[in-house]
Design a protein around this ligand. Structure first.
Ligand code: AMP
Ligand code: TRP
Length: 360
């Protein structure tokens, strides 16, 4: 049995005619999250958060600040605390609306950690050994890296499965984690011959799913890269944006064209395309006969145009911490019962609660 988690369950009865009004189609559930580590960058925005904002009215959304994931690598406690609030402010500044979305901090809903232990016991090590993100983050230091980093994808699976999620909008780098989530859910359901978990689907948009580093366009733009010039932070001021774009790696050719053999210019063009929503052809025409300087100036302008309003809203939100805290508390209070219902069902089927006596 699937747990019905939508509020729009019961058909409404019209008082006037005393007839049953057909119930609206329940919205599909969306869940996603970002780690409160470092500066949130353009890749996070174009690959994930902006897509959440654009589709928010269509879905029943839950967005999380995944602080338990952030402790899988060393992080200063004060930084973790402030980054969590900053990320909440950024979610709202980017346009997430609490009318459509529940926003919360992962550690405020203890069911994530509890479910994580349970699903660790249902995940073969062989599956985790295949995770490429673990391998790159562990940097071959397998003996000293903490087991939390190894089990990170299981916690992510719990985040998603606790809410009976249909769609998970993420960037391309999370594809493998989503496959693992589906495998864990399917294995659990088939072991107990019950549809305890909804099988989620990754929602990876074609455009912006993989924004590359500005200094090494063969690597993805990342929060953990030591060179700050490799990424545009959502909070970079216009001068910094201009400098970073000016320094971004291109090549010695003149033509401004999308070309997989030329990752530097292609990455900048992709960013431009994602911001302007023009076709590749339109962009190539716009810059035909022009130089990298002209293109970089136009790209800078588009970036400043996109990020300035976000920064203005962010500054207002971050200066009112009590309101931010109360939004996060309300979000956690709203999602907790949904998570608890799934956790109870899992405990029931695996025999941690009283076993049904009627033989069912
Ligand atoms: P993280 O920075 O790992 O917490 O990622 C948060 C979200 O941003 C996830 O959905 C990622 O897939 C997405 N993301 C991170 N880096 C990039 C990137 N360079 N390009 C596109 N999406 C990204
Ligand atoms: N692992 C994701 C990342 O680094 C963050 C994350 C944690 C997440 N739990 C999630 C994303 C659940 C989507 C759904 O980007």
């Amino acid at each position: 049995m699937l747990i019905e988690t939508n509020n729009e369950e019961k058909p409404a009865v019209s008082a006037k005619a005393n007839t049953v009004v057909p119930k609206p189609q329940a919205k599909k559930r969306v869940f996603s999250g970002v780690q409160p580590t470092g500066n949130i960058h353009l890749g996070n925005y174009l690959g994930a958060i902006r897509n959440w904002v654009n589709a928010q009215a269509e879905f029943d959304n839950i967005f999380c600040i995944v602080d338990l994931h952030a402790i899988t690598l060393p992080i200063d406690p004060k930084e973790l605390h402030t980054n969590t609030r900053k990320l909440a402010a950024l979610y709202l500044a980017c346009g997430l609306d609490t009318h459509y979305c529940k926003l919360f901090v992962q550690s405020h809903v203890h069911q994530h950690a509890e479910m994580s232990w349970i699903l660790n016991c249902f995940t073969p090590m062989g599956w985790l050994n295949r995770m490429t993100q673990f391998k790159s983050k562990a940097e071959s230091d397998l003996d000293s890296v903490d087991t939390g980093l190894y089990c990170y994808p299981v916690l992510m699976a719990c985040d998603i499965l606790l809410y009976q999620t249909h769609y998970v909008p993420v960037g391309d780098d999370q594809r493998q984690h989503l496959e693992l989530t589906r495998d864990i859910a399917q294995r659990f359901n088939s072991t107990y011959k019950q549809n305890v978990f909804t099988i989620p689907e990754a929602q990876i948009r074609e455009m912006g799913a993989r924004i590359m580093s500005l200094d090494d366009p063969t690597k993805k733009m990342s929060k953990s890269e030591s060179n700050p010039n490799s990424r545009i932070s959502l909070l970079d001021d216009p001068k910094t944006i201009k400098q970073k774009v000016a320094r971004a790696t291109t090549d010695s050719q003149r033509l401004i064209a999308f070309d997989p053999e030329r990752p530097g210019i292609t990455n900048l063009l992709t960013i431009y395309q994602t911001l302007t929503r023009q076709s590749q052809q339109e962009i190539e025409q716009e810059f035909a006969g022009k130089g990298y300087g002209d293109f970089k100036a136009a790209l800078t302008e588009r970036l400043v145009e996109a990020l300035t309003p976000i920064q203005q809203r962010y500054n207002e939100l971050i200066s009112d911490l009590p309101t931010l805290e109360s939004i996060l508390k309300q979000g956690a209070d709203e999602v907790r019962p949904i998570a608890e219902a799934t956790l109870q069902q899992v405990k029931q089927v695996i025999g941690l609660l009283q076993y049904p006596q009627n033989g069912s």
